[in-house]
Design a protein around this ligand. Structure first.
Ligand code: ATP
Ligand code: MG
Length: 418
């Protein structure tokens, strides 16, 4: 069963409002195993709506339409859809009573234009709206379905799962499938390299769809398996994940909703270890990300932003002579920062970052994007050198990510990313 989405509203085609309904609906349809063939937006114009419907009805079995169902004069979707399919309009008395009931219950002043919300094309089936006054409706047109619902994002988030999906399952009983989805998150490998590493992995014969999504500074692999039987879909996903792990294990740091900071937080909590951070070019971003995790006080003892040389000397005990000889952005300074914060905080781990985020401050030997990250623990201190070519904000983001993943690797005995 193929789906098309049509979003209606001048606010969309003028760029005032971003069309988030389409992406939401597409995700919901995808989860049901119904691929979305195309998405389209048009303004509140009868002609444009008719032409769009003609086009989309030729491409898909179900066309889902949002927007323009309200009481105001600029909301013309119902009339336009009726006209497109040569239907007259009628007033549904049951819906009318319901809408009037809402007005009475909430002591709202009834105005005659609200009666529009109980008007539907002939043969339409009203679609209930549990959170608003505007009903939607569906039409069966030669075995195909057109479903029209309001544009309010909050309302469609109730109407799609509660009303529209059950209606589509009833209309297309043969198309009901289970879909399983897994997102595998990688760091330290570019999109092209990820694609190449998986070039000869056979996802097709497993019936698994694979997509690559760069999500700076990470790369995400999304696997989707669809099957009539849920257990089969789950089994196919499991085998597809194994294929990815076999090729890319060292770059994988999380799955689905997990984040780098979440993984580090879980590991530190589980192992009852404490951490202190000393950040220069990341400006506290690592501590910020770790403190996003509820319960972070169990492992994060402190995070200091030691931006100037003097701060590195005063707050971390880095000898002035080391900075003078090797520079603030150097392996020597990074290691002493990590060791210093660990010693002063009395934690199991000390993590430090020092680098040049630019755009100024670079040199021939240490260009913008040069970053040193050091991690000190009982066993000693490791330090990694990175050379990124991003802008200031991205260098901060990727450096915080690299630092968190360095901690994760240290705690799991995982591989180094160089
Ligand atoms: P209502 O009964 O509330 O008037 P409606 O069907 O008339 O519903 P619209 O008037 O088109 O809906 O839009 C209502 C609100 O939803 C507006 O704030 C609009 O910006 C927003 N909206 C409409 N379509 C979309 C969309 N595709 N994506 C995101 N927001 C949208
Ligand atoms: Mg509108």
């Amino acid at each position: 069963m193929q789906v098309a989405i049509l979003t209606i509203g001048n606010e969309l085609t003028s760029g005032r409002t971003q069309d988030t309904n389409s992406s939401y609906i597409a995700r919901e349809m995808g989860a049901c195993g119904w691929p979305v063939r195309t998405m389209m937006s048009v303004g509140d114009s009868e002609d444009a709506i008719k032409q769009a419907l003609d086009h989309l009805m030729g491409l898909a079995d179900a066309v889902l339409v949002t927007g323009g169902l309200g009481p105001t004069a600029d909301d013309i979707t119902t009339a336009a859809v009726a006209k497109a399919f040569g239907r007259k309009l009628y007033t549904d008395e049951e819906v009318m009573a319901h809408v009037k009931g809402i007005f009475t219950r909430y002591r709202l002043k009834w105005t005659e234009n609200n009666a529009k919300q109980a008007v539907f094309p002939e043969d339409a089936r009203p679609i209930r709206n549990p959170v608003g006054t505007a009903f939607g409706f569906s039409l069966n047109i030669d075995g195909k379905v057109v479903a029209v619902i309001p544009g309010v994002p909050f309302e469609i988030r109730r109407m799609i799962p509660e009303e529209v999906i059950p209606m589509l399952k009833e209309a297309f009983p043969g198309a009901v499938e289970h879909s399983e989805r897994r997102t595998i998150k990688l760091f330290g490998l570019g999109e092209a390299a990820v694609d190449e590493a998986l070039a000869d992995a056979d996802f097709k014969s497993l019936g698994v769809e694979i997509g690559f999504y760069p999500n700076f500074p990470e790369n995400h692999i999304v696997l989707i398996a669809r099957h009539k039987e849920r257990a089969q879909a789950q089994e196919h996903i499991r085998r597809a994940v194994e294929l990815v792990e076999a090729k890319l294990r060292r770059y994988i740091f999380a799955c689905d909703d997990e984040t780098a900071e979440g993984v580090v937080a879980a590991l530190l909590t589980e192992k009852r270890l404490t951490l202190a951070t000393a950040e220069s070019c990341t400006g506290g971003l690592i501590a910020d990300r770790l403190t996003d995790i509820p319960g972070s006080s169990a492992f994060l003892e402190r995070g200091v932003v030691t931006y100037s040389n003097q701060a590195k000397i005063d707050l971390l005990g880095v000898p002035e002579a080391v900075i003078a000889e090797f520079g603030a952005v150097s392996e020597q300074t990074a290691k002493l920062m990590a060791e210093g914060v660990r010693r002063l905080a009395g934690t199991d781990l000390g993590l430090s970052v020092t680098g040049i985020a630019g755009p100024a401050g670079g040199s021939e030997q240490k260009p913008v994007g040069t970053v040193y990250i050091a991690l000190a623990d009982r066993a000693g201190t490791i330090c990694r050198h990175f050379a990124w070519r991003w802008d200031r904000r991205r260098i901060k983001v990727i450096a915080s990510e690299a630092a968190l993943i360095m901690v994760k690797d240290r705690l799991t005995g995982g591989p180094a990313h160089d």
